[in-house]
Design a protein around this ligand. Structure first.
Ligand code: HEC
Ligand code: HEC
Ligand code: HEC
Ligand code: HEC
Ligand code: HEC
Ligand code: HEC
Length: 348
């Protein structure tokens, strides 16, 4: 570089001298001189790999979440094989992202190479290649498919886009007399109706002596599902965090998300859960007996297709709805109690 500069300087001087010498007779232009010296280096540009390292460095951030996720039912459940248009919107990652984009309840086509709910499903991975990519893909309030009411439960909105009841063809309207035709043993709210039940929607509210109300969980628990199901992990990766489990596979409850409110401690909250679940299971059993007696359920509590009185069909719907919620009342005990007690009463 220094040599180059010196050489360039000498060349420049030579050129200037020859110009002076030829002042009187201007001849044809000489050949283009050699290239000048290299300029100084430019200011530092943005380093492309710098942002990547925030996530893909040695901080093990992704590895830790991935390790937990691998023990989630999202990773292990196997139902991502449900990749046809009406199932792929919840059961495949690609179908879900398409639905969030289009607002439709079906995908345009069957999803090839289906994937289960993974990092890309819930986070805006590789949109900007910055930390902003951890933002959720579906944080807006959700208009429930069944009943059409809109719910806003903070970060829990991400979950209830999928964890909600699907429209049940021919669900009777409470208070309207008549009959309901049930054409399939799969009639009902489908699996995973948690978001609908948790927010106090979607039940068949038959009139009865128990007033309909929601538990304080539905309004007090910030970000709802996230606080209880993504609480700090317990037992390594048995539950909590990105396992999305509130209880381990063997049923040990993770109380890390509960004790901020249930201040009398982990054992007390476990006792409380046992109390609520025993009570709700008992009410479910009472209702099942009535549904078997009414001829709408077989002895295994499966639906028998047929045409039934609206109240009987609505009560059967409530039973399936509460069973499919799988929390046996913990999500919204007051609402579940009222649905069950009033359904039993209506079938006396
Ligand atoms: C906000 C965090 C974040 C940033 C920033 C980020 N990534 Fe990623 N990246 C992820 C996550 C999460 C995954 C998925 C992890 C997995 O599935 O193993 C991923 C996956 C990948 C993969 C594997 C892709 C595949 O299809 O399997 C590559 C390659 C990659 N990233 C490269 C990059 C590069 C290059 C940059 C910077 C230009 C970058 N990433 C920036 C979070 C990030
Ligand atoms: C894209 C749709 C989708 C989203 C978003 C989603 N889930 Fe799921 N979830 C599912 C499906 C489908 C299953 C069943 C997976 C299977 O069996 O393959 C499931 C399973 C689960 C299970 C296990 C259920 C069981 O029977 O053991 C839990 C717990 C759960 N999800 C919690 C959550 C939470 C909490 C969120 C929000 C942070 C969430 N899910 C977001 C679709 C979703
Ligand atoms: C079903 C939805 C869902 C899936 C799948 C999911 N996440 Fe998350 N993730 C969330 C939610 C919701 C939060 C916010 C939790 C909170 O606020 O406590 C979160 C938080 C995070 C954070 C903390 C973000 C921050 O702002 O600091 C990281 C990192 C993360 N997730 C990584 C991952 C990785 C890596 C994967 C794939 C292995 C993944 N997530 C899969 C829903 C999901
Ligand atoms: C609105 C979202 C959504 C749609 C659409 C949807 N599912 Fe699901 N499905 C779920 C969720 C959430 C679960 C997990 C529920 C749980 O374990 O509590 C699930 C679970 C299942 C299961 C496992 C049930 C079990 O008890 O293990 C099957 C089978 C299934 N779905 C089939 C289908 C089929 C077939 C379709 C299309 C006709 C479909 N689903 C459409 C959300 C959906
Ligand atoms: C107040 C805490 C709390 C909140 C908030 C909460 N859950 Fe749960 N959830 C539970 C408990 C406790 C169970 C029952 C666990 C058991 O009996 O093993 C449960 C059960 C479930 C199950 C059945 C599978 C399992 O893990 O046992 C799913 C799926 C589920 N919840 C999803 C959700 C979704 C989606 C939301 C948000 C709408 C939500 N939960 C909100 C505490 C909570
Ligand atoms: C934000 C505060 C808050 C959090 C977090 C919370 N709870 Fe609660 N919980 C309450 C309050 C307040 C009540 C009593 C009022 C009510 O039932 O409406 C209650 C009541 C209950 C009941 C009794 C319901 C009934 O009516 O039978 C159970 C069971 C329960 N909680 C379990 C849990 C579990 C398990 C967790 C954690 C996974 C949890 N709660 C997290 C505030 C909370």
């Amino acid at each position: 570089m220094k040599l180059n500069k010196l050489f360039g300087g000498l060349l420049g001087l030579g050129l200037a001298l020859s110009l002076v010498a030829c002042q009187t007779e201007i001849g044809p232009a000489g050949p283009t001189g050699p290239a000048g010296p290299q300029g100084p280096p430019g200011a530092d540009g943005q380093n492309g790999a710098e942002n990547c390292v925030d996530c893909h460095g040695s901080n093990q951030l992704i590895t830790a979440k991935m390790f937990q996720w691998e023990n989630s039912v999202h990773a292990l459940g196997g139902h991502y094989a449900r990749n046809t248009t009406s199932c792929a919107v919840c059961h495949t990652s690609q179908g879900f992202l398409e639905r969030i984009e289009t607002g439709a309840q079906v995908t345009a086509a069957t999803i090839d190479d289906p994937l289960p709910q993974n990092c890309y499903t819930c986070h805006q991975i590789h949109s900007t290649y910055t930390q902003a990519d951890w933002a959720l893909t579906a944080s807006d309030p959700v208009t429930l498919w069944e009943g059409g009411e809109t719910r806003d439960i903070g970060k829990g909105n991400q979950c209830i886009n999928c964890h909600q009841a699907r429209i049940a063809a021919g669900l009777p309207v409470p208070g309207v007399a008549g009959t309901t035709e049930i054409t399939s043993s799969h009639w009902g709210p489908h699996h995973g109706a948690q978001g609908t039940l948790f927010t106090g929607a979607g039940g068949y509210k038959v009139a009865g002596s128990t007033a309909y109300a929601n538990s304080l969980h539905t309004t007090l628990v910030e970000d709802a599902c996230i606080t209880c199901h993504m609480a700090p992990v317990s037992g390594g990766r048995e539950s909590g965090g990105h396992t999305f489990r509130v209880a381990s596979e063997t049923g040990t409850l993770n109380t890390n998300g509960c004790v901020q409110c249930h201040t009398d401690g982990a054992n007390a909250v476990k006792d409380q859960v046992a109390l609520t679940q025993t009570e709700i299971e008992d009410l479910l059993a009472q209702l099942a007996d009535k549904l078997v007696a009414g001829g709408i359920f077989d002895a295994n509590h499966e639906l028998i297709p047929g045409t039934y009185d609206n109240v009987l069909a609505g009560a059967a719907y409530n039973y399936i709805f509460i069973e499919e919620d799988k929390s046996a009342g913990v999500h919204n005990a007051k609402y579940v109690r009222a649905l069950l007690k009033n359904s039993i009463e209506a079938l006396q």
